[in-house]
Design a protein. Structure first.
Length: 562
């Protein structure tokens, strides 16, 4: 992976100051702590690039830690996908793969310490009662009737909670903090709950599990993290983070919050993404319409383009929505430099070149990438019958339509000038075939007499064409902010009914028949495409459109608003 230039933002300014004052002995140690309850999305990519990037830039360390404290929602499938995505993005945690479940015994011991210090107690209120007692933003909460239990009773009850003596939800361990605190999370936060649920790593060893606020800060402390970087929605969690570590007298990292990524025409809530998967509105977590890292990978995005996007958007303190066009432009710029050009006809219309010899075929030279001369050239076959795009012909062409029409001459890319002489229709009056003549003196696409044509068309030889399925993916949601809905509706009401168009009889250059899964190309005049890494085979090639050649979505949106 190439190293990027060190960027400056409010987080690096904090780190620079800490290094000046030797706050952490000159160390910089970050972590990326996802909960394995779903696949990572583009918002996580920003956090990955930030945490691992800071460690790289300061020659420090970054841990990968699974925040696996809620076994009801966590699976090994998600653990494996997280590790795959982080590695694919180009980052390495070395020997520092950790799990919050690694610390369950130590977390329990820390909870006992808080009980012994009179800073935690076992509460018999149920979840609804706890909410009722917590108060509101304008009114203080009420203390639990179990708040003043003795240390000995709390120790006994907590040990019996661990031993499985009580029913799920019947008791919790809470911090004895301040029921009048303006931060609702400080009103005697719940630290442990009873939950008889098998854990993907510890099995049935535990029937009590720590809450996020309790496990996260202690895990950071155990691992010697210096800067605990998280998104703004955890800003209020900083108070219990600090309180717990202060009460324990433990090593204390600094929590720093930054604005999460919000992407237009996208939802980045794992709960909502899981719902799309479970309801069958997408084909899975790696559906190319999904904003997951695996979805972008399947669609043909590169790790370099996603890292570039995360670098371009930067790190801010205020939440905002980033236009998805910016992400698309990052992959478009990269593929323009790196992708091989090929010709593909997605909606084929047959053309018979009547004066081209029936028993003749030839190979023409085509440029692989005009942006990269070292990419060289390739040979493409040409014959009497070819396919062109149906949209490249109009029987009655409108003004400024410079492509093929009756009596009009156009250029075939890398081939010849052709002129349409006849139009063949079926019984319904639909055009099914064109008859054309060619000028053999224009081989290579130029006329020796210097005459010019305004239209240049891509094409594929009918005899040699590889038939393939091409999937045209579009944004999953029609609204810039899919979470904005009418009364009585939810975000699914903004799903784009045209987010996928599957074309099953496309004609491609024969070289694409054996395109390696995941390989990327520019289909000339059409956009950038990727051989589907899941479905594509030599017997049935399948290509996904990664991105169009230019951003047309914004123009479409504006047109729709008029």
């Amino acid at each position: 992976m190439e190293t990027s230039k060190k960027t400056s933002n409010f987080i690096t300014e904090i780190i620079d100051e800490d290094l000046k004052t030797n706050k952490y002995g000159g160390r910089v140690h970050t972590r990326f702590p996802p909960e394995p309850n779903g696949y990572l999305h583009i918002g996580h990519a920003k956090s990955i690039c930030l945490n691992f990037g800071i460690a790289r830039d300061y020659e420090g360390l970054c841990n990968l830690r699974m925040d696996d404290t809620n076994p009801t929602r966590e699976e090994m499938e998600y653990v494996r996908s997280i590790m795959e995505d982080v590695k694919w993005l180009g980052f390495d945690w070395g020997d520092r793969l950790y799990y919050a479940s690694d610390y369950f015994e130590r977390l329990y011991e820390y909870a006992v310490q808080l009980i012994k210090k009179g800073k935690a107690y076992v509460c018999d209120l149920n979840a609804d009662q706890i909410r009722e007692y917590r108060g509101t933003l304008t009114e203080p909460g009420k203390e639990s009737p179990y708040r003043d239990r003795s240390i000995e009773e709390n120790l006994d009850l907590f040990e019996r909670m661990r031993g499985g003596e009580f029913e799920d939800g019947s008791r919790v361990l809470r911090g004895k903090i301040d029921m009048a605190h303006p931060n609702m999370l400080m009103r005697d936060s719940v630290f442990y709950r009873i939950m008889r649920q098998s854990h993907h790593r510890t099995g049935d060893k535990w029937c009590i599990y720590p809450m996020y606020d309790f496990a996260h800060c202690i895990s950071d402390s155990i691992e010697g993290i210096t800067h605990s970087i998280c998104t703004l929605e955890f800003e209020n969690n900083r108070a219990p983070y600090d309180w717990i570590l202060d009460q324990l007298g433990a090593y204390h990292p600094q929590q720093i919050e930054f604005a999460r990524l919000n992407l237009s025409h996208t939802v980045l809530s794992k709960r909502k993404l899981l719902r799309l998967v479970k309801e069958g509105r997408v084909s899975g977590w790696d559906d190319p319409r999904m904003p997951t890292i695996s979805g972008f990978r399947r669609r043909g995005y590169t790790p370099e383009s996603i890292r570039k996007f995360c670098d371009v958007i930067g790190v801010a303190k205020m939440n905002s929505i980033v236009d998805i066009a910016l992400l698309e432009n990052c992959i478009r710029e990269e593929l323009n430099r790196t992708a091989q050009r090929v010709m593909a006809v997605l909606r084929p219309l047959k053309v018979v070149i009547t004066n081209y010899p029936e028993d003749t075929e030839e190979e023409l030279e085509a440029i692989n990438n005009p942006e990269d001369p070292s990419a060289g050239t390739r040979k493409v076959p040409f014959s009497r019958e070819i396919y062109i795009e149906r949209d490249d012909f109009r029987e009655e062409p409108p003004k400024k339509f410079f492509r093929l029409a009756p009596g009009r001459e156009v250029r075939l890319r890398y081939a010849y000038f052709i002129t349409c002489t006849d139009v063949v229709k079926d019984e319904n009056g639909d055009v099914v075939e064109l008859r054309c003549t060619y000028d053999p003196e224009t081989r290579g696409g130029d006329a020796p007499d210097g005459r010019k044509v305004k239209g240049t068309l891509h094409w594929v030889s009918a005899k040699h064409a590889c038939e393939a399925e091409v999937r045209l993916w579009d944004h999953l949601f029609t609204k810039r902010d899919p979470n904005e809905t009418e009364e009585g509706q939810d975000f699914t009401s903004n799903l784009n009914p045209d987010s996928l168009e599957a074309l099953t009889s496309c004609k491609l250059e024969p070289s694409l028949k054996n395109a390696p899964p995941g390989s990327r190309y520019q289909f000339e005049r059409l956009g950038y495409f990727c051989a589907d890494p899941v479905d594509s085979t030599p017997e049935k090639p399948v290509f996904n459109r990664t991105v169009s050649l230019r951003d047309t979505w914004a123009k479409i949106e504006k047109k729709g608003e008029k």
